[in-house]
Design a protein around this ligand. Structure first.
Ligand code: DGL
Length: 275
């Protein structure tokens, strides 16, 4: 009886949410590292982008996403959106019934792995960079590290238009990042869900000596640790399930999701009202 109850608890899904599509980069990494887990993904496509909104609005949206995922009986929630994660633990873990893991700690973990890293730049949305959350977290954890932060808002719509390299990328990269070529950083932290799709263009733009850091890599490690600590790591039983929910038309999401999921077919369900 006890082991059955435990197994039921373990097979509860992991909830992942984002302002829209970008969180699929984090979901991909989670599914790769936790192949036995069931997942529920929520993309708040009706209200995206979050990155140009104010902190109170973002906090309210995040709260509503978390509440929705709780109705799906999730055992843990990943705030895949860096803009949401920049609000900080106090906001995300207000209701302590389900742990919520964001992206900042993962970024710290990834940078800590780099040998001889003295100077980094963090790029993200206007809200993420404006919050200084990454800078503060890095300064606290690694006081000797020099941290520069730059908002690159146009990268998000570019990725959603499939502009991942070429002339338009070069012009926009010059606009935001030319300075980085001069100050020479050791690493560039991609503090936005969409930017991993620009990784190879950014590598060519900045040169191979700059390490490109993707926080999503360590998110799965933190999720695994949390599930192990709470005894909720997935019990293998049949094929894992994957459900997608969105707040706007499903067609655009289903179409663009293939760009983020290496052509995997997605059939999302629309929720009429998240609030
Ligand atoms: N998901 C957001 C992030 O990672 C980018 C898109 C948006 O602005 O909503 O910051």
């Amino acid at each position: 009886m006890t082991s059955l109850t435990q197994s039921n608890r373990n097979t509860r899904p992991i909830g992942v949410f984002d302002s829209g599509l970008g969180g699929l980069t984090v979901l991909t990494e989670l599914r790769r590292q936790l192949p036995k887990e069931n997942f529920v993904y929520l993309g708040d496509t009706a209200r995206t982008p979050y990155g140009s909104k104010g902190p109170k609005t973002i906090a309210r949206y995040a709260d509503e996403c978390i509440k929705f995922l709780q109705t799906k009986n999730v055992k843990l929630i990943v705030a895949a959106c860096n803009t949401v994660s920049a609000l900080g633990d106090a906001t995300l873990n207000r209701d302590k019934t389900v742990p919520v893991i964001g992206t900042i700690e993962s970024a710290l973990k990834e940078v800590a792995k780099l040998p001889d890293c003295k100077k980094i730049a963090v790029i993200g949305t206007e809200a993420t960079i404006g919050s200084k959350a990454y800078e503060v977290a890095f300064n606290r954890a690694m006081p000797d590290l020099q941290v520069d932060s730059l908002a690159c808002p146009l990268f998000v719509p570019m990725v959603e238009q499939g502009i991942l390299e070429g002339r338009v990328f070069e012009v926009v990269a010059d606009h935001y990042l030319e300075r980085l070529r001069l100050i020479r950083v050791d690493a560039l932290v991609l503090a936005c869900t969409h930017y991993p799709l620009l990784k190879s263009a950014l590598e060519s733009y900045l040169g191979s000596e700059v390490v490109i850091v993707e926080p999503s890599k360590s998110v799965a490690e933190l999720v695994t640790k949390s599930l192990e600590e709470t005894g909720l790591i997935g019990a293998p039983s049949g094929d894992p399930t994957m459900e997608y929910f969105v707040t706007d038309e499903v067609s655009r999401f289903d179409y663009l999701a293939r760009l983020f999921l290496q052509n995997e077919e997605v059939q999302a369900l629309r929720i009429e009202d998240l609030a």
